[in-house]
Design a protein. Sequence first.
Length: 235
Amino acid sequence: MIAAIGSPSAPAAKATTTTIPIVFLTGSDPVEVGIVTSLARPGGNLTGVTVLGAELGSKRLELLHELVPTANIVAALVNPNTPAAETQSTELQTAARTLGLKLHVLHASSERDFDAVFANLAQQRSGGLVIAGDALFTSLSEQLAALALRQAVPTIYQFGEFVAAGGLMSYGDNLTDSYRLTGVYTGRILKGEKPADLPVMQSTKVELIINLKTARALGLTIPLPLIGRAEEVIE
C-alpha cells in the first residue's frame, strides 16, 4: 500500500496506480480536488484523513488581528503548487476585507523562495503574516519560525510544531492526532480491509498554541482573553 502525506501527494499517488491501496492525509477537500467521489463512499483504491485547512485561514487571520490590532497591512504565504492554493487565497482575502485589512498574498514553492518572501514583507510594511497550510511549510516549520523571528514579523501557522520550533502562534488540527488516524487506516488495510469500504475520516480536533517567549522577543503582550483560549502556552 501507499501512504500519501500532504495535499500534492494524493493526486500524484492516484495517477500512479488504480490497484495498490492508498491512504492519504490532506488539507484539501478530497472530493473537490477529485481524489475520491464522496467522503462516505470513497470508491476505488483510496481513502484517508482530511484536516481542516483553508477553512481555518480566516480564523488565523482574526487571531493575528486580535494580537496586533494596529497592523492594517498583513501578508499571507501560500504555496501556489498546492491544490488548495486558490481557495486559501480567496478565503484569506475575503476575511481581510471583513476585518478592514489590506492583504498581500506571497508565494513560495520551495525553501529557496523564503528569503525573497520575507524581504517583501519588509518592503510592504506588513505587520503580520499568516502561513497557509501546506506540506512544504510543515516540513520546514523550523526554518520559517527562525525567519519570522529574525525579521520580527508576528506570524501564525496551522500546526503546533511551528510554535514548538519558535514560531509565535498556531491554530489548527493536532498533527500527531491526524497521523494517528492515518496510521489506523493503514493498519486496517494491511489486515485486509478495502479502501472503498472505509469512509474518509475528518480530523476535527482544533487547538490554539502560543509561544510567550517568542512574543516577548517580538515586544508583544498577548491579551489575557487570547491566552485563556489557548490549549497550550509555551513559556
